[in-house]
Design a protein around this ligand. Structure first.
Ligand code: SAM
Length: 245
């Protein structure tokens, strides 16, 4: 997968090259380009923002800068089949979740446009949407200072789903949300820590009992912490043991 990020703070994206993602880049599974939006300015102050029409606090990012930046970064490339999918992080977007991460993991090229200030002039998204798929996405119901942290969040969630990125692909399949539920508790050695023993069943070696226990824990945890997830679950996804809980 090719990932491009346009931002006024390229250094904010340095963590993309650390840990698991860094390894995926080194192994050629992901290709990342980070672009400084100010490279597309033409004035001495390299300004990317201007005051809002209609008044009000804050500044708005200029279309005359974003337009050429997106035209260049999203330009057709001989090594790409079609245009990228443009992701615009915004608190006013649709909620990014595991399902969205799975959809985006199916794309071969993603371009992220990081807003700052009050956001990007609305016409930039409308204009881009004529040439490529555009998704305005929010990572949660709170307001960040800029889109960079949202991009790090989304890129991490998407990349770990790509083939070969995780050492053991089964871990992504068993994680929270993959079956619509939260994952239950995990334990490692020692068997007893500060008088707290690891649940007996996990030490039993009885794989069917362990599977059942994990499923029960997952349902009970989801019921207490995220009843909305349980309510949204298809009845058919529950077996008769699940329904007894
Ligand atoms: N005026 C905007 C509003 O109320 O919807 C908020 C702009 S915010 C201060 C600046 C930038 O941070 C946004 O353009 C977006 O890139 C990013 N951002 C802030 N909160 C976000 C969230 N919850 N999800 C994704 N991006 C967010």
């Amino acid at each position: 997968m090719r990932i491009d990020v346009i931002t006024i703070f390229p250094e904010y994206l340095d963590p993309l090259r650390a840990a698991l993602l860094g390894k995926a880049i080194d192994r050629g599974l992901i290709e990342v380009g980070v672009h400084d939006l100010r490279d597309w300015t033409h004035d001495v102050h390299r300004a990317v923002d201007d005051s809002p029409y209609g008044g009000g606090p804050g500044m708005v990012m200029k279309p005359q800068v974003w337009g050429p930046a997106l035209s260049d970064v999203c330009a057709p490339r001989p090594d790409r089949e079609g245009p990228p999918t443009l992701i615009v992080p915004t608190p006013a977007g649709r909620r990014f979740d595991q399902r969205t991460a799975e959809e985006l993991a199916g794309c071969s090229w993603l371009v992220f446009a990081c807003g700052r200030y009050e956001g990007i002039d609305e016409r930039v998204v409308q204009d881009a949407a004529e040439r490529m798929p555009v998704r305005e996405l929010s990572i949660g119901d709170y307001v960040l200072v800029g889109g960079e942290v949202a991009v790090l969040t989304m890129v991490e969630a998407v990349s770990r789903l790509l083939p070969g990125v995780l050492g053991n692909p089964a871990s992504a399949q068993e994680d929270s949300f993959s079956d619509g539920l939260l994952e239950g508790p995990s334990y490692t050695r020692p068997e007893v820590w500060r008088d707290r023993p690891v649940p007996e069943v996990l030490r039993s070696g009885n794989h069917a009992a362990i599977r059942r226990w994990r499923r029960d824990q997952s349902i009970v945890r989801t019921y207490h912490r995220r009843p909305d997830l349980l309510a949204a679950l298809d009845e058919a996804a529950l077996d008769k043991h699940d329904r007894r809980l």
